[in-house]
Design a protein around this ligand. Sequence first.
Ligand code: CTP
Length: 417
Amino acid sequence: MNSLLQSLDPADLQLVLECGELAAARGFRAFLVGGAVRDLVLGLESPDIDVLVVGDAIAVAQDLARQHDGEVLRHHAFQTATVTLRDGRRIDFATARSETYSKPGILPEVTPGTLEQDLERRDFTINTMALALHPDGPGELFDPCEGQEDVRGAQVRFLHEQSFSDDPTRLLRALRFALRLGYRIESRTATGIRAAAQGEFLGDISGARLGREFGKLLSEQPVAGAAALQEWGLLEGVFPGLDVDSGRLTRLAELVESEAPDELRPWMTLALLAVHLAPQERWDLVRRLNLPREAQRIVVDSGEPWRLALEALNQLSVDAPPSAVADVLDVLSAEVLAVGVSGVKESSQRDAALRYLHEHRQLVPDLDGAAILELGCADGPAVGDVLRALRRARIDGDVTDPASERTLAERLVREAN
Ligand code: CTP
């Protein structure tokens, strides 16, 4: 067996060979394809297992699921299936196909095809290698587009001149792979990207596909990805008016390093790219990219709501207590604050906002609503008033332990009743 296949994790190797056997039992041939093979050739670990079946992929997926008591999700329209095993491992199955594109950006017409046809419809040479899984020769490498050559030359190369008009999401994928692997973009491919940028190809893709690839690029490469989009003239194609300020992006990247949840990071970067957009344009942007609700909130709130908050901070007197800063900033999410702060130069407002973000935002009183009622507070808005006053006292350092907080709570309840 070819040593490439043997460098797979042993449990994954066993699994993919089983896929090969199940396919062969039905008279089909199966191959490991896509990112998994690229990563094996590169000596990297790959999280994906993509199995291509020349035959009926859904049937093979069902056989595998049955053997392992796993779950299978079928997509008959695409002749693909995903099997999830009980240990959480996922295997994606696809039926080998041949594609014809009638119009840029529109999904292609698909017919069953050979291994070679399936590989030749793909994006870049490094993604067009396949490893045989059938029992009579497992591990044989198929590399019809010379992907290994381009791995050696460290370059991202498309397969033909129509590649980007066939599927404009490949424009973003080219930048993502080049940045991820530290590869250069081969010269004809580069010319293709520049031509596509002029041709506004990105306008032809659905919002969901554009948003997904854009999010992948920015989550892998928040700073370099945005800069590359600008440099290759693609940013305006994603949405007019987006602009890169790399100083701000670097500051944001530092700020979110440890704090923001992974899935929100790309949208924080997008909010920075949208810095010059008016409120209505921000809504148009989130609609165009079909962003999830959380992402919409970050992009929209980093505009007018952040501007109003900053204005309110500027109006606070120099000796305003930290709780006054909290009163202004509590309405915004931590992600919006990080985006906003990364755009503010060294100043007392920046210091105050950062202090709030890192020290005060998470502070809550020890006592809860039930405890305030137990202290004799009348049920109603007074409970909330007391809790807010306790939080302010915590933020301002007026109470630092449960005993002093309780004493303050008792006094506030007496005053409220
Ligand atoms: N592919 C393609 N054109 C696209 C998307 C995908 O040709 N627009 C092909 C490529 O062969 C790719 C495979 O489908 O390798 C799987 O796609 P995907 O999972 O998106 O990418 P990976 O190459 O696996 O990359 P990653 O490591 O980012 O998952």
